[in-house]
Design a protein around this ligand. Structure first.
Ligand code: GDP
Length: 294
């Protein structure tokens, strides 16, 4: 993951290896390299600039510390800033309710249905009793995909093949879950290939009708700056509670992971890295920063 960014940052720190102390000049050249590396990893220029300005200020402020080498100092400052850029602490995920309602939104192909299955599987392992709800009334194949996933992980799937009203399906599913003592309802909504008013209205209507504990926006990390634009558009309409980054097992450059929290001020809560049901992780900014720095 993020190999290119990792290599580039390593290169930037290497420039400092032979230096006896940190100076304005070597800080400036290192910071410039870091900025280039971030922009090439698809981090928006403004974010990259602000990031490196902070790194520069911190490095200059620490000039007098001689205990660690300039390159170690710079790695530490960059790591701290990466953690801060990605939100600092891991964000809590709220699956408490009677039942808790989790609404899943995002573009078609982002990995919503796969993530819904993974989340159900994850919660089941924590001794919760989740139900999956197929609220994509336009694509019978999506409903079938969720049914198959549910079967695979041993989780009930609420399906209403003849009902074309997703709000009603969601409400029925919640009522049904309550009567069966299921404590989490995960609603997989319809996506489109691009942002579209009808899709947004539909998800917003479901949100208003079912008052979810969590609204998770699912986004494909491979789509780079587009991921960030989509995240913004969905947040403007849905005011979601968290982001799920998918396909981190692919050849993603890292821009989305680094820019989303800054842009929408919502935490990344989960990362998904594969098609198998056990490839879901809670997002920890600290661990991600460590992985980026190698
Ligand atoms: P949806 O249209 O948003 O519901 O997206 P799907 O869940 O159907 O996923 C679209 C495609 O991406 C499918 O082929 C999935 O198997 C694949 N996919 C989903 N999540 C991941 C992931 O984390 N890694 C990889 N490599 N593929 C994924």
């Amino acid at each position: 993951m993020f190999e290119s960014l990792q290599d580039r940052l390593e290169g930037a720190f290497k420039n400092l290896k032979g230096e006896a102390k940190i100076t304005e000049l070597n800080i400036a050249s290192t910071v410039k390299e870091i900025r280039r590396a971030l922009v090439d990893a698809d981090v928006n220029y403004k974010i990259a600039k602000e990031f490196t300005d902070t790194v520069k200020d911190k490095a200059e402020g620490e000039k007098v510390i001689n205990a660690i080498s300039p390159s170690q100092l710079m790695v530490k400052i960059v790591k701290d800033e990466l953690v801060s850029l990605m939100g600092g602490e891991a964000a809590p995920f709220n699956a408490k309710g009677n039942p808790a309602v989790i609404l899943i939104a995002g573009l078609q192909g982002s990995g919503k249905t796969t993530f819904s299955g993974k989340l159900a599987s994850y919660l089941k392992k924590q001794k919760m009793s989740p139900v999956l709800v197929a609220a994509d009334v336009y694509r019978p194949a999506a409903m079938e995909q969720l049914r198959v996933l549910g079967e695979q992980i041993g989780v009930d799937v609420h399906l209403e093949l003849e009902n074309k009203n997703p709000v009603e399906i969601a409400q029925n599913a919640i009522r049904d879950a309550r009567s069966k003592n299921k404590n989490v309802v995960i609603i997989d909504t319809a996506g489109r290939l691009a942002i579209d008013e009808a899709m947004m209205t539909e998800v917003a209507n479901i949100k208003n009708a079912v008052n979810p504990q969590e609204i998770l926006f699912v986004v494909d990390s491979m789509t780079g700056q587009d991921a960030v634009n989509t995240a913004k558009a969905f947040n403007d309409r849905l005011d979601y509670t968290g982001v799920v980054l998918t396909k981190l097992d692919g050849d993603t450059r890292g821009g989305a992971a680094l820019s989303i929290k800054y842009t929408v001020n919502k935490p990344i809560k989960f990362i998904s890295s594969g098609e198998k049901m056990d490839t879901l992780d809670v997002f920890y900014p600290e661990r991600m920063a460590q992985r980026i720095l190698g």
